[in-house]
Design a protein around this ligand. Structure first.
Ligand code: ADP
Length: 287
């Protein structure tokens, strides 16, 4: 079984103060600065599935699937435009996880014209959190799909409040690692306002920092309805109000990464943490 649903097994809201984690030793040995990346202990990890034999190649490095952890369960959090989308793509490609983005699930509901979608949009337009009764079941249902259970998941933009974290725990979903991307506020507004989506490829561009390659692509780019300066400031406010309460619940499995670095450098730090989780799992399984 890829995932334990036993609520009595090690709670994610651990009250015991962590001891120095092996993963931190590893990262220190990689000369990663504690200001850009800090870690707390990880708990025991499960054995990888060795059935897959292909290699995954990401950013010039190859990850043999014999090194892949089958059922990694990761949460990623960060302010709007902190680079979650980019990192999620890199992580899911390399580690073959199912990307579950709360914002995408909500936008899909809006696009479907459902009652939940209509209600969600009212909150999203104000940069506020959509009520738990809509978000929680949406995320729970997606994490319960066979692909998430089989491959493991990368949960993006959830939980954003302690009640969301508690609800997830009550359903038995327990993450191995909580990644927080930290980016100074002044950079974020600039990133959001220039952000554009190519609806054909799903690629994200920035009008200044990562402009479209051709006129044809430029002509079809769209902007998210909540990516205006006024709305992003509200979203940032909401994020800042909630992030501490969520973080405090995952202190023991949190890795903080400086998201103002290049996407390659940000990914290198995340990759180190994930690789080390896998190494730890192997070591645990071998004993
Ligand atoms: N876990 C969540 N709980 C409540 N509302 C959410 C959640 N995730 C997303 N939303 C809503 O969807 C909006 C867009 O979220 P998202 O696509 O993750 O972008 P961002 O992180 O840039 O705000 C949020 O501003 C919020 O209104």
């Amino acid at each position: 079984m890829a995932y334990s649903l036993n609520l009595n097994s090690s709670s994610m809201m651990l009250s015991n103060k962590p001891k120095q984690p092996p993963v931190l030793d590893f990262l220190n040995s990689q000369h990663l600065s504690s200001s850009s990346l800090s870690l707390s202990p990880i708990k025991s990890l499960r054995c990888r599935n060795s059935r897959q034999s292909h290699s995954l190649v990401v950013m010039g490095s190859s990850l043999s699937s014999t090194r892949k952890k089958k059922d990694l369960k990761i949460m990623i959090s960060g302010a709007p435009a902190s680079g979650k989308g980019t990192q999620c793509e890199l992580i899911t490609t390399k580690y073959d996880l199912v990307h579950v983005a709360a914002g995408d699930l909500l936008r899909a509901e809006i696009a479907a014209g459902s009652e939940s979608g209509k209600k969600a949009k009212e909150y999203m337009e104000k940069g506020q959190l959509v009520p738990d009764e809509i978000v929680v079941m949406m995320v729970k249902d997606r994490l319960s799909q066979p692909d998430s259970a089989e491959k493991g998941w990368l949960l993006d933009g959830y939980p954003r409040s302690s009640s969301q974290a508690t609800a997830l725990q009550a359903f038995g979903f327990k993450p191995d690692l909580f990644i927080l991307l930290e980016v100074p506020q002044e950079i974020l507004v600039d990133r959001v306002v220039g952000r554009r989506l190519d609806p054909v490829t799903g690629r994200i561009y920035h009008l200044t920092y990562s402009p479209p390659e051709t006129e044809e692509i430029a002509a079809r780019l769209t902007q998210r309805f909540d990516d205006t300066e006024e709305r992003v400031k509200l979203r940032l406010q909401t994020h800042n109000q909630n992030v501490e309460s969520v973080l405090s619940l995952f202190e023991d499995i949190t890795v903080k990464v400086d998201g103002s670095l290049s996407k390659e450098d940000v990914f290198a730090k995340i990759d180190s943490a994930l690789s080390n989780l896998i190494e730890q799992e192997s070591a645990t399984a071998a004993t």
